[in-house]
Write a protein that binds this ligand. Structure first.
Ligand code: MN
Length: 232
């Protein structure tokens, strides 16, 4: 596998509250939220917990559920006991490879896409108000990108004592390009633009910084993070 990652504070925010993990088989992005720099604390707790955690992958779905539950408790406990962190939370989108399969854990509005046979497919569903509106056919995906409530998420890690992540497995094919990203990327760029940049990048290693640069050119209203995994 070939891997690239990039993150940028953007052109508007003062702190980068996004975090990411690009290991050998474990990949993740996290987008923290909360007052002051509490969002950064929340996303760091999630990423550090994943970095420390060994996944045996005998029971991938169960292990991912347990990891999300543990991270949720850690963030929630910190938010409960540290007044500077009250109300903090984070998104978390996790991708783990096991042979010709991969497993996904997901909470929030960060995203996992796969570029396969030239077509880009979003594999995760946003836990957000606008995603619900899109799902019910009330607005289009394009309208969702500019909706005034596009930042309101309906599920996050750490906000409540427990959390229900989406967890699923998928088949991995040679030539797949996986992209994990935060909403700072997906709100600035349309799917077809993401697909074009991924396809035209000279290498998987360079793709994330090209995506981040494109989002910055659009305005960079939020922190931007991209992790790309190409399956050889
Ligand atoms: Mn964000």
């Amino acid at each position: 596998m070939r891997v690239g990652a990039a993150t940028d504070v953007g052109r508007v925010r003062e702190i980068n509250e996004d975090g990411y993990l690009a290991g050998s088989l474990v990949f993740a992005v996290a987008d923290g939220m909360g007052g002051h720099d509490a969002g950064e604390v929340a996303s760091s707790i999630a990423i550090e917990a994943l970095r420390e955690r060994g996944f045996q992958l005998e029971d991938p779905i169960g292990e991912i559920r347990a990891a999300f539950s543990d991270i949720n408790s850690r963030i929630h406990e910190r938010a409960r006991t540290d007044p500077t962190c009250a109300g903090m939370g984070t998104t978390l989108t996790l991708l783990i490879f096991r042979g010709q399969e991969a497993y996904v854990g997901h909470v929030g509005d960060s995203r996992l896409y796969v570029l396969r046979d030239g077509g880009l497919k979003q594999l995760t569903e946003d836990h957000s108000i606008v995603w619900e509106l899109v799902r019910h056919g009330e607005i289009t995906e394009e309208e969702a990108r500019f909706h005034p409530h596009r930042n309101i998420i309906t599920r996050a890690l750490g906000t409540f004592p427990s959390v229900e992540p989406d967890v699923f497995g998928l088949e991995v094919l040679k030539g797949d390009t996986f992209l994990l990203c935060t909403d700072g990327l997906s709100s600035e760029l349309e799917g077809r633009e993401i697909a074009e940049i991924l396809s035209k990048s000279p290498s998987p290693e360079e793709a994330p910084s090209r995506l981040v640069e494109a989002a910055l050119r659009r305005g960079g209203a939020d922190n931007i993070t991209a992790v790309v995994v190409y399956v050889e």
